[in-house]
Ligand binder design. Structure first.
Ligand code: FEO
Length: 400
């Protein structure tokens, strides 16, 4: 049975939720599922904006049929060709053979890469600033390369003042009954998933996200309709501000993230003592995460959040713990910068972790590595307590 949601006059959400997905892009664990959003504008000409993942294809086609109610579909706008939004494109093209496919120059080859026997005569190629009149509604296309693929564009409806923002302003998580962000307690229930989505999907492309934010700042926006997660119609500046912070690699929270890798609990013990010392010293925001207990996508998200990061690792095969290596490699590949890093190491016969971690962090941009470091041999002793207290003191001083 169809399930659609009215967004505003003439515009209907025809997407759906995927609670069966275990990993988004087959890499990011989906604890709260994900929505695939798609929209229909009904006007003199009827227009579908993007399609959905194959997993909800049947519902999606029913939704379009319900909204069109026998009317013809004139256009399908493809803002993004990643298969979570285009898997059903060919099915929709076959079902609505009269619909023209609105794309940009970079989209055209991708459609032909993903599908065979595509009728290119149906393509309408648009460039930056081009418009498409549907009647009252007029779409203006704005290119947004690398937010998150090179062919990405967004569309602005000047009549309803809606920005169809593609992956930008999306989040992981399903839409459970509600559709608008203001119907949820977004800050409490969605922000962590939103940051995990942003940092892992678009985090590397901060410059490109900044370019899009600059272009969007000249538009009068009443609604943001992303391809994932809730739709924004109130307090839009709250979420735009988050995107601004994340894409500039600024910290969201002044505080200390401690990420630890511990085989038998002693490095964890050192990390916990540091956290306690920080608390005693008045540091309010402290995050303590076990690399073995959290998916790296969550750790990347937390690293984007905090101003200071402590990496505490056991030495392992003359290197440092593989999951800590993965964490540092991931924050590096996602372009994180402007953070203060402190290092703690453990080693029963030849502690190496701190030097190895330092060498990897030094390859990142604009990272400050504190001289204060903690070295423990097997387990924390009084001497190391002094090192931990000294490190806590420096961190607390910086966070005053
Ligand atoms: Fe939601 Fe880049 O796909």
């Amino acid at each position: 049975m169809h399930l659609t949601k009215q967004i505003c006059e003439d515009i209907t959400w025809v997407g759906g939720n995927d609670r069966r997905i275990s990993k988004f892009e087959n890499i990011y664990p989906m604890t709260n599922g994900v929505s695939y959003n798609s929209y229909v504008i009904k006007d003199d000409k009827n227009c579908l904006l993007d399609t959905v993942d194959y997993s909800i294809g049947r519902l999606f086609l029913e939704n379009i049929e319900h909204v069109l109610n026998g009317d013809r579909l004139d256009y399908i706008v493809v803002n993004h060709m990643e298969p979570d939004h285009c898997a059903v494109l060919k099915s929709a093209m076959n079902r609505y053979p009269e619909a023209q496919i609105v794309i940009n120059q970079r989209t055209a080859p991708m459609i032909q890469q993903f599908f065979t026997d595509v009728d290119t005569a149906r393509f309408v190629v648009v460039n930056e600033g081009d418009t498409l009149s549907l009647g009252k509604h007029e779409l203006t296309f704005v290119m947004a390369p690398m937010v998150h693929w090179p062919e990405v564009m967004v569309a602005y409806d000047s009549y309803s003042k809606v920005l169809f923002s593609a992956d930008a302003f999306g989040t992981f998580g399903t839409l459970d009954g509600h559709i608008f962000a203001d119907q949820f307690d977004f800050d409490r229930d969605w922000l962590d998933d939103a940051r995990r989505y942003y940092t892992n999907i678009c985090g590397k492309y901060g410059v490109q996200v900044q370019n899009l934010l600059k272009k969007a700042s000249s538009l009068d926006i009443k609604y943001i309709c992303p391809l994932h997660g809730p739709i924004w119609r109130e307090n839009i500046e709250y979420f735009v501000n988050k995107y601004n912070i994340w894409s500039k690699y600024e910290c969201e929270t002044k505080g200390v993230l401690i990420v630890f890798a511990s085989m038998y609990g002693d490095t964890e013990n050192a990390a916990e003592i540091l956290a306690s010392e920080l608390s005693e010293a008045g540091v309010k925001n402290i995050g303590l995460f076990d690399v073995s207990g959290h998916d790296c996508s969550e750790l990347v998200s937390q690293a984007f959040k905090y101003s200071h990061i402590v990496c505490a690792s056991t030495t392992y095969n003359g290197e440092y713990f593989p999951l800590m290596e993965h964490f540092i490699a991931e924050i590096k590949s996602h372009g994180l910068k402007n953070r203060t890093i402190a290092l703690m190491e453990n080693g029963s016969w030849a502690p190496q972790a701190a030097n190895k971690m330092k060498a990897d962090v030094e390859e990142m941009k604009d990272m400050t590595i504190l001289d204060e470091r903690v070295t423990i041999r097997s387990s924390v002793k009084e001497d190391q307590m002094k090192q931990i207290e000294a490190l806590a003191g420096v961190l607390a001083e910086q966070l005053k």
